[in-house]
Design a protein around this ligand. Sequence first.
Ligand SMILES: Nc1nc2c(ncn2[C@@H]2O[C@H](COP(=O)(O)OP(=O)(O)OP(=O)(O)O)[C@@H](O)[C@H]2O)c(=O)[nH]1
Ligand SMILES: [Mg+2]
Length: 358
Amino acid sequence: MQIGLVGLQFSGKTTLFNTLSKSEPSQAQKEETAIEVVKIPDERLDRCSAIFNPKKQVNATIEVFDIPGLRMSEDNKVKITSTFLNSVRNNDALFYIIRAFKDESVPHPMNTVNPFRDIEFLETEFLLSDLAFLESRLEKIKKDILKSKDDRLKREMPVIEKCFAHCEKELPIRTLELDEAEIKLLSGYQLLTLKPLAIAINFDEESIPTVEAEIKELSSKLSKLNAAVIPFFAKIELELSKLSDEDLAAFMQDYGIKESALSKILKTCYEILGLQSFFTVGEDECRAWTIKKKYSAQQAAGVIHTDFFNKFIRAEVVHYEDFIAHGSFNKCKEAGTWRLEGKEYIVKDGDILNIRHS
Ligand SMILES: Nc1nc2c(ncn2[C@@H]2O[C@H](COP(=O)(O)OP(=O)(O)OP(=O)(O)O)[C@@H](O)[C@H]2O)c(=O)[nH]1
Ligand SMILES: [Mg+2]
C-alpha cells in the first residue's frame, strides 16, 4: 500500500517524512520523490508481545512517498506540472500536507498562509485532471464501441459518464457511490479524486490554543471532500522523534498526550485505505497482518501464505479484546470466545487467528 504526501512547497512534507523515517534530511530528497516503509504503531500488538515475549515482533507497514511540492513559477503563479501529477497518481491514497504554521523565514509559494485556499487549489487541479481524462476516455469509447467485440466498453461507458457528471458538479469521485464492478472498471485509470484522502494541517506551537476550533471549521467547510482532517505539528514531532522512548513517554505524560500525532496520522492512513489488521501470536513471532475490510478467513490465510489459502481447513479465532479480558487461550475456550471458523468467516479488525491447513 502506497500513500503519497502531497502539497505545496514548504508545507512540511519532508519534515513529516523525516519524522516517520527517523532520518536526517538529505539534499537529494529535495528534487525527487523519496520512499520509506513505515511501521504502523499498534498498542494491541505491543501488548501481545508483552504476553508472549516472542523472538520478534512484526508490525504492519505502509509505504510513504514524499513528493516534492508545487512551487511558484517564473510568473509568480503556482502551476501544476505533469511530473507532479504522475507522482501523485502512483499512490493508493493521498495525504495532503497543508501549511498553517507562520514563519517569516519560510516563504509560501502563494505568498500568504491560507490552508483552505491551498486545499481548494489542489482539489481543483485534481478535479480538472480527472475531467480531462474522463472526457477523452468518453470520446474514445464512443469511437470504438461499435467496432469492439467485447462488451467491456458497453459496461464502461455509463460509469465514465456518471463520473464525468459528478466531477462537473465539482465533486470528487470518491464521494460518488460506486459498486464493486464499477470500481473495478475504473481501477486502471488512477483517477486522482477517487483516491482516499486525508488532510493533515501543519500548525505551529503558538496556535495550539486555537487548533481545535480551526480544524472544526475547516472540516465543515471541506465536508464535501469526504476526507479526514487532522492537525499536526511537524516541528514539534521532529524534535520528539529524536527523544528516547523513555523520554518521550515522560514528555507525553507531562503534557497529558495519549498518542503522538504521528501515530494518529499513520492510523488515519490505514483507516482511509480501508485496511484492518489481524494478528498471529506465539513465542516465535507476534505479527500484525494487513488485510482489506471484509476479507474472509481464507483470504486472510492467503495473505500469510498462498499454501494456507489453498489448503485452508479452519481458522481458530479469538478477538484481541476477549484474549486480553480472559488472559489466555484456554480461558477463552472455557468462556466460549475461542472459536473454529470456516473459510467464509469475515475477519474482524483485531482478530487473533491460527490457520489450520492440510
Ligand atoms: N516554523 C516552522 N517551520 C516549519 C514547520 N514545518 C516545516 N517547517 C520548515 O519549513 C521548511 C520547509 O519544510 P519541508 O518539510 O522541507 O517542506 P516540504 O513540504 O518538504 O517542501 P518541498 O519538498 O519543497 O515541497 C523547512 O525549513 C522546515 O524546517 C513548522 O511546523 N514550523
Ligand atoms: Mg520536501
